[in-house]
Design a binder for this molecule. Structure first.
Ligand SMILES: Nc1ncnc2c1ncn2[C@@H]1O[C@H](COP(=O)(O)OP(=O)(O)OP(=O)(O)O)[C@@H](O)[C@H]1O
Length: 805
């Protein structure tokens, strides 16, 4: 066996490596040429499709539609291959060579030039190891800049079969891990490791649960799995949608380029704070409030809140029928409301019609019980008698039609209903007494401590009511509130949206007031009724829409076919319910690290997660509840830390040992030779010291620097901060003032899932003390940096805890 190793001078062509690079470049050039042709073909197909679509009949349009759609997708996918089209090569023992790349490229005769990384034939690239070479002799990674191959790295997997094969490499993979972080996550398509690939290609149905310590690639892997699912099961996931949920908008903007760089722009990326349309949470509740708001018992509180009398609702209903005044008092109205709520589970707004019926029933009961019917008949009889006398005197016929002396159609009850419905006093009452409410109205109404006390029952300790009410009375919506708003939305049922197809006007409908049907909230057309038109959504239309998606306008769907939940360890039961409603039939990918959990009651969160994954959660939108089927579960653990240097990983391992003595840290693979700095600073000087540390780091690293401070706990009964520094927005802005953009000042919760070249952790003792799970939150903070870590503490014990013995 002989194989050459890089670096040796190799005559006029440069080093062995240079020659190998040149050879690969020739192949890559051919692949790019073909890619250009394919791109031109796809563009031509789209142009032609649009041209024919404009001219053609509907049937022809549908026919053409499919291939236009295909072509458009193809063109989109080909666009992303501009950078690093080919990144891998496999030399198989059978003599076959396979090139692996971002997209598949074929010759006009359909021979494969480049295999898409997600295709089955590419699997060996990620799975082969020296212990299990799977027929691979050499695996080569090509590093490119644009179209140019700039470096190579080989793994010899089966030396016995490598006769004459050149092997080059100098740790380019490890070097790539140490690269500068530029504030956005990058795809790892060329260097996915075997254990990661198993997750990416895990079975498509059921739930994939991935655990791993910080930096093991959980987020990266989850995103690559989305690209894989969309590639291999486009029909299922592309049309019904994939949702990726992260902890906060900072995180979603950190990861948002990964999928487009893999050619997938169609997944919806949302944070827990903006998952509900129209809601953008900006603040975190302090731990005490978050615990209350996140607990599943909140569902009881919210149910009671929507069933309570709406603010400003009238206490009495009065109508007049045939001169008889019929009234319902507060007690009676309360009983009616309770009964209607009991019968209208899940859609309070849509129950207004039922409320109207119940009121009419009660009014009729009241009318008959006070002898109104007889009084009305007597009055009618007297009136008719008088008329008959007048008509008889005039020689005209008797008014009596033989039907009992009353005029008009229907039974007495029907007449009663019709007359009452027409009365403005009835319709106005209905609108005020059973208003069509939005989730935020209801939540804000709980800002009234008295109302909240009624709704809270025994589900919220009395002493917590004032702080809870204060947090809802005014101020911004918090992350936990977003889940409550979603719960309320499910309870209330969205008021029906005005339909695109306008309804035919219903002549004389008493529930239509000022052009709006007060039972449904729907606009009712007056003059311009259009008959129902056949709806035809073409791929061309969808394509237009998906362009908007690329521009950042992603439509929220009521439900998705697949949901990815990142940082799942932090979800409260109420947040799981919010997700469950969006994935009752979905398959799931859940990534988490229980050791990083800020949530106190992990067992309750687990139970809520199981319920969400099992299809639990009320329906959003309409439609019949679907049958639940047991979900398969596939569990994986990622064990290698690709983010932190071994030196930084050692500090985070010490925090982990404090937080969870039995937990196992991941194995870091890259040693930098740079020890973390742990300094003791007097408390009042912490902010200044943090700024100075950030300024020093600006000279030491090229990429991003995160200054991670304790939580700014706001109003609402939470603990405030230790003396000296309140880490609120103003203080943070002061700290960041004048520093370049690559320095970010953020709190420990915002830092979730992010990474920086360098991190400054301020006041670990405060972070640890801010909540019962403070040590785990600190564990998150110290595991953010790739190259350099500075910790500033006011407490010498903390230096001793974190420092190497
Ligand atoms: N196979 C790989 N090749 C190259 N880089 C990788 C690989 N796997 C992970 N990384 C890099 O390691 C870093 C950490 O990855 P990621 O953020 O996905 O980890 P995580 O497990 O989600 O961490 P955390 O729990 O802290 O959020 C990222 O910069 C990612 O690009």
């Amino acid at each position: 066996m002989s194989s050459q190793v890089t670096g040796r001078p190799a005559g006029p062509g440069g080093t062995v490596k240079d020659r190998e690079i040149a050879a690969e470049q020739r192949y890559v050039d051919i692949a790019y040429e073909r890619l250009e042709e394919m791109r031109a073909e796809a563009q031509a197909m789209i142009r032609e499709g649009f041209r024919q679509a404009q001219a053609g009949t509907k049937a022809a349009l549908v026919d053409r539609d499919a291939w236009v759609h295909q072509a458009a997708r193809r063109a989109q996918a080909l666009d992303v291959a501009d950078d690093g089209l080919v990144f891998g090569r496999l030399d198989l023992a059978v003599g076959e060579v396979r090139y692996i790349g971002r997209v598949g490229v074929r010759t006009p005769d359909h021979d494969s030039l480049v295999i898409d990384w997600r295709a089955p034939a590419a699997e060996d690239f990620y799975r082969a190891t020296p212990e299990d070479p799977r027929g691979v002799v050499r695996r080569r990674v090509l590093h490119s800049r644009g179209h140019a191959v700039v470096d190579l790295e080989d793994d010899l997997l089966d030396p016995s079969a490598a006769d004459g094969m050149t092997v080059v490499g100098d740790g380019a993979f490890l070097a790539s891990l140490a690269r500068t972080r530029e504030g956005a996550m990058r795809d790892i398509v060329a260097t996915i490791q075997r254990e990661q690939d198993e997750v990416i290609r895990a079975p498509v149905d059921g739930t994939v649960l991935v655990r791993g310590a910080p930096g093991t690639g959980k987020t990266a892997v989850a995103l690559h799995r989305v690209a894989y699912l969309l590639f291999r099961h486009r029909q299922r996931f592309g049309s019904r949608g994939v949702l990726v949920v992260g902890p906060n908008p900072r995180f979603t903007s950190y990861i948002e380029r990964v999928l487009p760089s893999l050619g997938e722009g169609s997944a919806s990326l949302r944070s827990l704070g903006d998952l509900v349309d129209g809601v953008a949470a900006t603040v975190h509740d302090g731990p005490a409030l978050a615990r209350i708001k996140g607990a599943e018992t909140m569902t009881n509180v919210l149910r009671r809140a929507v069933a309570d009398q709406a603010p400003g609702a009238p206490d009495e209903l009065r109508v007049v029928f045939k001169g008889v005044v019929v009234a319902l008092d507060r007690g009676r109205l309360d009983r009616i409301r309770a009964e209607v709520h009991r019968r209208s589970r899940g859609s309070v707004n849509a129950a207004r019609g039922r409320a109207a019926e119940a009121l009419l029933d009660a009014l009729w009961d009241r009318f008959t019980s006070i002898g109104g019917q007889e009084a009305a008949e007597a009055a009618e009889g007297a009136e008719a008698g008088l008329w008959n006398a007048i008509l008889a005197a005039d020689g005209l016929a008797d008014l009596d039609d033989g039907q009992g002396g009353t005029s008009g159609d229907g039974s007495p009850r029907e007449k009663f209903d019709a007359r009452v419905r027409e009365q403005r006093s009835f319709t106005d009452f209905l609108v005020a007494w059973w208003p069509l409410r939005g989730p935020l109205d209801v939540l804000r109404s709980l800002g009234d401590p008295e109302r909240l006390r009624r709704a809270a029952g025994r589900d919220v300790p009395r002493e917590d009511v004032p702080a809870l009410a204060a947090s809802w009375a005014e101020g911004p919506v918090s992350y936990q509130d977003a889940a409550l708003l979603d719960e309320l939305d499910a309870l209330l049922g969205s008021p029906p949206r005005p339909s695109r197809r306008r309804r035919a006007p219903v002549a004389d409908d008493p529930f239509v007031v000022d052009g709006v049907n007060i039972l449904t909230g729907e606009e009712v057309a007056d003059e311009t009724w259009e008959p129902e038109m056949e709806e035809l959504t073409t791929s061309i239309e969808r394509l237009e829409r998906s362009r908007r998606v690329d521009d950042g306008v992603v439509e929220e769907r009521p439900e998705y076919a697949h949901i990815v939940v990142d940082e799942a360890q932090d979800l409260s039961p109420m947040q799981w319910r919010m997700l469950g409603r969006r994935g009752r039939q979905a398959s799931w990918t859940i990534v988490e690290d229980p050791a990083q959990s800020a949530w106190e009651d992990l067992d309750a969160a687990r139970a809520a997660m199981e319920s969400a994954l099992g299809g639990g959660g009320e329906r959003r939108g309409r439609g019949r509840p679907r049958k639940r089927t047991p979900r398969a579960r596939h569990e994986y653990e990622l064990t290698t830390n690709y983010r932190n240097s071994t030196e930084i990983a050692a500090v985070s391992a010490r925090v982990l040992a404090e937080a969870l003595p039995d937990a196992r840290p991941a194995r870091a693979v890259r040693t930098s030779g740079i020890d973390p700095v742990i300094d003791v600073v007097p408390e009042p000087d912490l902010a200044t010291a943090a700024r100075t540390a950030a300024e020093e780091l600006l000279d030491q690293v090229e990429g991003t620097i995160g200054v991670i401070v304790p939580l700014a706990l706001g109003s609402g009964g939470q603990a405030t901060l230790f003396d000296g520094t309140a880490w609120d927005d103003a203080e943070r802005a002061r700290l960041a003032e004048g520093l370049p953009e690559r320095v970010q000042v953020l709190d420990v919760l915002e830092a979730k899932g992010l990474e920086f070249d360098a991190a400054v952790i301020v006041a670990p003792e405060t972070v640890a003390a801010q909540s019962p799970r403070g040590l785990r939150v600190l564990y998150v903070a110290v595991s953010r940096a790739t190259q350099r870590l500075t910790v500033l503490t006011a407490d010498p014990h903390w230096r001793d805890k974190l420092q190497d013995d």
